[in-house]
Design a protein around this ligand. Structure first.
Ligand code: HEM
Length: 465
């Protein structure tokens, strides 16, 4: 079988380049080899990197039994556990997905609106003019509380605080790109004591597990404490044979939602805050739009604002949180773009390269929300949440949360970036996050909006670089 061309550097070198300089490596390969090329990375075998809309459409609309994805995500096993939705395939995946989807859509989703605004308000209430903070830390605190409330139905109390604490310690391990290497290199997954990266990771994880299993036990023992949160829904669910989910399944799905649901949204929000203040004219336009809604706007009305929506979309275009969608591994031979691939071939859609195609996004390195108002992109041209049968189940939830958090912060405080230097993305585990977490400073409180919605005054106070 002839594979598409690709770099001939040794797999270990390609792996290090992918970990340490991912964007440059992708761009160089794209320029040299184009829409479909073969990368070779230690531990993964050949990977077909795909970034053309036509190729992505062919892949996403092919019958789902042709591909597996779950088994390609083995790298996430230490975080989410073997029975996580992310690691399942076939019928088991379909069943679990059906169970987890409803809380993230429709009326259920809208019901979280007030909670999201309230949680954001609580976090930013403590700010004082002159205070500096890391945008990434603030957005993480917010998105963690949001997901805790939606998954567990609680975000307060001793258990919630302990969970918050240990998750933060665990996530801190990914702050540096090199620390993240243990995610990719199995040989580094050795417990050399609490100070070694892996040793520290397993200790934090076992603390988190203890809390999750305690939550599960408590809800099993006290059905009256169940609400309409996701854990309660999972506890009530039965499979075709009438069996409930096991404790391990429940733990793995909670861990999946905690990880998938708050790391990603926190990073996207930190980028959005960066762009809104790096380009003051963008921030001013968002404020103008918000002002037109008048005081105390309804969360659903905020979520429908076209420019704010375009800002969120452009944020996820320019630096997608995940550079790649999940890999698709062929179960049968399959032809794509003049090649016939054999069973076992791994195809990885590169979201970053797709989003940086100049034929779709002229001047792709420029942050310009207007491009989303000027034209409609197909689901194969714009792919921040992946697609097909693995499309992110939290996509609508994440966008809703992003808009409400940004609207709440911007309406309340005037902020500025601490540095005039542009901020670049760096690897954070399997995601890409802003380097140094976007240091920012609180400038001043904004005047409450009048009932006429005084757009001019509010739009002018947006401070930039
Ligand atoms: C800005 C925020 C987010 C981004 C950029 C994002 C991105 C993604 C991407 C690219 C995928 C893989 C899709 C594919 O391969 O086709 C995915 C899957 C997934 N996401 Fe998200 N996500 C975000 C937020 C969330 C939230 C808030 C949740 C839940 C609370 C969530 C839960 C999941 C789950 C469970 C999957 C696996 C779906 C499956 O295997 O069937 N994500 N996400």
């Amino acid at each position: 079988m002839t594979l598409p061309d690709g770099p001939s550097t040794p797999p270990a070198v390609q792996m290090m380049q992918t970990i340490v300089r991912p964007l440059e490596t992708l761009e160089t390969n794209f320029q040299r080899y184009g829409d479909l090329y073969t990368a070779r990375i230690t531990g993964f075998g050949p990977v077909e990197v795909l970034s053309s809309p036509d190729g992505i459409e062919a892949l996403m609309t092919a019958p789902t039994h042709l591909f597996d994805s779950g088994r390609g995500n083995w790298i996430l096993t230490p975080f989410v556990g073997e029975t996580s939705l992310i690691l399942l395939d076939g019928k088991a995946h379909q069943r679990q997905r059906k169970l987890l989807m409803p809380p993230f859509h429709g009326d259920r989703l809208r019901a979280y609106g007030q909670d999201i605004c309230q949680i954001t308000q609580q976090v930013i209430d403590r700010w004082q003019p002159g205070q500096t903070f890391s945008a990434r830390e603030v957005t993480q605190a917010i998105s963690l509380q949001v997901i805790m409330r939606t998954v567990f139905g609680v975000d307060e109390g001793e258990q919630a605080e302990r969970l918050h604490h240990h998750l933060n310690l665990l996530l801190k391990l990914f702050d540096q790109p090199l620390n993240s290497s243990f995610v990719f290199i199995r040989a580094l997954q050795k417990d050399w004591g609490a100070l070694s990266p892996w040793g520290n990771f397993v200790r934090q994880r076992s603390q988190i597990d203890e809390i999750l299993y305690a939550q599960i036990r408590e809800r099993r023992d006290h059905p009256e404490r169940r609400g309409d949160d996701i854990l309660s829904l999972m506890l009530a669910a039965r499979d075709e044979a009438g069996e409930p989910m096991t404790d391990q399944e429940l733990r793995d799905e909670m861990m999946t939602l905690l990880f998938a649901g708050h790391e990603t949204t926190a990073t996207a929000l930190a980028w959005a805050l960066y762009w809104l203040h790096w380009l003051p004219e963008v921030g001013a336009k968002v404020l103008q739009e918000l002002a037109e809604l008048g005081p105390n706007p309804d969360p659903v009305a905020i979520s429908r604002l076209p420019y704010l929506n375009a800002v969120c979309q452009e944020t996820l275009r320019i630096y997608p949180v995940g550079l790649f969608a999940f890999s698709r591994i062929l179960n049968q031979s399959w032809s794509l773009m003049d090649y016939t691939f054999e069973p076992g071939t791994t195809i990885a859609v590169c979201i970053y390269l797709l989003h940086h195609r100049p034929d779709l996004y002229p001047n792709p390195k420029q942050f310009r929300p207007e491009r989303f108002l000027e034209r409609q992109f197909s689901p194969y041209e714009y792919f921040p949440f992946g697609g097909g049968n693995r499309r992110c189940i939290g996509a609508a939830f994440a966008l809703f949360e992003m808009k409400l958090v940004l609207a709440t912060i911007l309406s309340r405080w005037q902020l500025q970036l601490c540095s005039k230097q542009p901020i670049k993305p760096v690897r954070r585990g399997v995601t890409m996050a802003p380097a140094r977490g976007v240091p920012m400073q609180v400038v001043n409180q904004r005047a409450p909006i009048s009932s006429e919605g005084k757009a001019e005054d509010r739009a002018m106070v947006m401070d930039g670089r």
